[in-house]
Design a protein around this ligand. Structure first.
Ligand SMILES: Cc1ncc(C[n+]2csc(CCOP(=O)(O)OP(=O)(O)O)c2C)c(N)n1
Ligand SMILES: [Mg+2]
Length: 649
């Protein structure tokens, strides 16, 4: 039953969040005031999050997709015992604080996903739900459940307008992910004004059409009704959206209007808020009964769940020792020793190699969940053990359908679960996935995005299908490893490196066409991002830098030039990101300052190469539809043209 303490707690959350925002002189009070009762109900009555062991594997996940409500999330985490002090709350949005403008994974304890770009939180939650179902199916026994956590996500009107969300929720409904509950803060207002100016969707019909359950709570201050809806949602066989009607900025004088969305309350408005809520505690303090309530109903209630989990692990160890060994691999995030990787001699496309290596790795590593955006047979990226779905949550191939953006966010969710998320698609369509890839880089998680058809050599399909500027764009993303392997060997190395516990995501691009397996490529060099793969017999005068399908061309050109008396070193640079992490001495040894006659060669935008070479043979226009045979000539990627360019230096 709702108690006076519940009301007091909700108002404490409201006033504390509003105070944080006013003190910071920036933030979003509207959602904090409006949705405080929703999250109070969730945290105190449902969510199992144990601050002392904040990463325990069976915790419920809560994601604030409406990341602009960060002040409310931090207040809740503080009350729930996470290591966020009242001083941290008072430092909201300040330089170096634990409480940045939007929630940042890995920065603030209890934050499960970096949110702020609307829609990302929901789509990543779908990835959590996918991972949760897989883990439950793999490990749970009839009499002993190890994984039964739920994934809750709070979203606003804006989240639901994002195309990404429609992709992700459509897939979640199809997969019957009933461990996913979306709490929709439905206040009919967004940044620019009333929601009706931009949408007239019927959310109920929309979600039901996607195979979701829909529940509605008419009064967002009615804790009992919210509680009942969450209980009901937990019984559904489908994912559930609970639309909860709230008033943006509840309690403030500008409540119900968009002017409260993102503008701090003035000191006078704060006073008014406290009056309206009949709340009389000093700023940045919390009533003792509220603290006690959270201690009892969040911390201690969750502690019980945690201890139950630990106890279950013990039982599992005794009763199912061989399964326990696998469980331990998951819990300890074991790094695998892949011994069954094929080796290659004959020319082969690197997309094929990536697919084969992935499949071999997946035989050993049971935690790889891979899938393509309806391009498994083209990108060659496919998970093992059949298709993932309601009849087989152990299947590790996820048919994402043509939903690239959601695929990338779901890969992030899977990866955040401690599993290995891998996606496949056409490189040109990486643009659709860009913000999700950026999120992975920002969070510093080892998501793996593999893209085939990496240059204009796609050929007949023409410019719509031919990436040109994508390498430049992705290489500009901080903390993202973009790898463009040149042959089967480097592709294998790229895969092996991507499955380490890196604190960055990896993009691997692969070729559509067959490429020779090069004598000159090697793992030790590859690990440095750039290395000498061909060295002339006399003192070097020129350097060719290349990667991907063009490396072989560079080596052949260097060999011919050598015959003509020109000493040309060839540097294979599959990853600029890794190369730039090496010591200055190493970089200098590969690209000595005194050798200024350099040419970089890549079938893509010239832009990324000018930091390494003054001259670049690239492609700065869109591609063209034509058979592959004519492409090399068309764009000047021939030994003859490279020789001419070198001769002009
Ligand atoms: C992808 C993206 N586009 C735009 C924004 C900027 N933005 C933040 S909140 C918001 C309004 C969202 O409306 P709603 O979800 O209804 O939030 P409310 O105003 O109810 O708090 C916008 C446009 C963003 N954070 N992410
Ligand atoms: Mg809204």
């Amino acid at each position: 039953m709702k108690s006076n303490t519940d009301s007091l707690a909700v108002n404490s959350l409201r006033v504390l969040s509003a105070n944080m925002i006013t003190k910071a002189k920036s933030g979003h009070p509207g959602i904090c005031l409006g949705s405080a009762p929703i999250l109070h109900t969730l945290f105190t009555r449902h969510l199992n999050v144990y601050a002392k062991e904040s990463n325990w594997a069976n915790r419920d996940r809560f994601v604030l997709s409406a990341g602009h409500g960060s002040a409310l999330l931090y207040s809740l985490l503080h009350l729930s015992g996470f290591n966020i002090s009242m001083e941290d709350l008072a430092n909201f949005r300040q330089k170096g604080s634990l409480t940045p403008g939007h929630p940042e994974f890995g920065h603030t304890p209890g934050v499960e996903v970096t949110t702020g770009p609307l829609g990302q939180g929901i789509a990543t939650s779908v990835g959590f739900a996918v991972g949760g179902k897989y883990l439950a199916e793999r490990f749970n026994k009839k009499d002993l459940e190890i994984f039964n956590f739920k994934n809750y996500c709070l979203c606003g009107d804006g989240d639901l307008q994002e195309g990404l969300v429609m992709e992700a929720c459509s897939l979640a409904g199809h997969l019957k992910l009933n461990n996913l509950i979306l709490l929709y803060d439905s206040n009919d207002i967004q940044l620019d004004g009333p929601v009706e100016m931009a949408t007239s969707d019927n959310i109920k019909l929309k979600f039901e059409a996607m195979n979701w359950s829909y529940l509605k709570v008419e009064d967002g201050n009615d804790i009992e009704a919210i509680n009942k809806a969450i209980i009901k949602a937990n019984e559904s066989l489908k994912p559930t959206i609970i639309e909860i009607k709230t008033i943006i900025g509840y309690g403030a004088s500008k409540a119900g209007t968009n002017s409260i969305h993102g503008k701090p309350l003035t000191e006078d408005e704060l006073k008014e808020l406290k009056n309206n809520l009949d709340y009389n505690y000093p700023d940045f303090t919390l009533p003792k009964e509220v603290k006690d309530l959270y201690l009892k109903d969040v911390y201690l209630r969750s502690e019980k769940k945690y201890l139950e989990f630990i106890n279950n692990l013990d039982k599992y160890k005794n009763e199912y020792p061989s399964d326990y060994d696998v469980l331990k691999e998951y819990l300890e995030h074991k790094l695998y020793n892949y011994k069954n990787i094929p080796s290659y001699i004959d020319p082969i496309s690197t997309r094929k190699v990536a697919g084969q290596v992935l499949s071999n790795m997946s035989e050993i590593n049971k935690f790889i969940l891979a899938g393509s955006a309806d391009l498994a047979s083209s990108s060659m990226i496919k998970g093992n053990d059949g298709n993932y779905g309601p009849n087989n949550y152990l299947g590790r191939n996820i048919n994402y359908g043509v939903r690239e953006h959601a695929m990338a966010s779901i890969v992030n969710g899977i990866t955040l679960m401690g599993l290995y998320g891998v996606s496949g698609g056409f490189f040109v369509f990486s643009d659709y996935m860009k913000d999700s890839i950026r999120e992975a880089a920002l969070m510093g998680i080892p998501s793996l995005f593999i893209f085939s058809h990496d240059t204009v050599c796609v050929g007949e399909d023409g410019p719509t299908h031919e990436p040109v500027e994508q390498l430049a764009g992705l290489r500009a993303v901080p903390n993202l490893n973009v790898v463009r392997p040149s042959d089967a060997k480097e592709t294998t190395y790229a895969m092996l490196e991507a499955f380490k516990d890196n604190n960055y995501p990896t993009v691997i691009t692969t070729s559509r066409q067959d490429l020779p397996v090069l004598e000159e490529t090697n793992y030790e060099g590859f690990k440095k991002g750039g290395y000498v793969c061909y060295e002339p017999k006399t003192e070097i005068e020129y350097i060719l830098i290349s990667c991907g399908s063009e490396l072989n061309l560079a080596i052949m050109a260097a060999k011919e030039l050598e015959k003509e008396g020109k000493a040309v070193r060839v540097v294979s640079m599959p990853s600029q990101f890794i190369f730039l992490k090496q010591s200055k001495e190493y970089q200098e040894s590969i690209l000595p300052k005194n050798v200024v006659k350099r040419l970089a060669i890549e079938m893509g935008s010239t832009q990324p190469w000018y930091r390494f070479a003054n001259n670049v043979l690239g492609i700065d226009s869109f591609g063209k539809s034509m058979p592959i045979k004519e492409i090399y000539e068309e764009y000047g990627f021939t030994i003859k043209h490279i020789k001419n360019l070198i001769n002009q230096l």
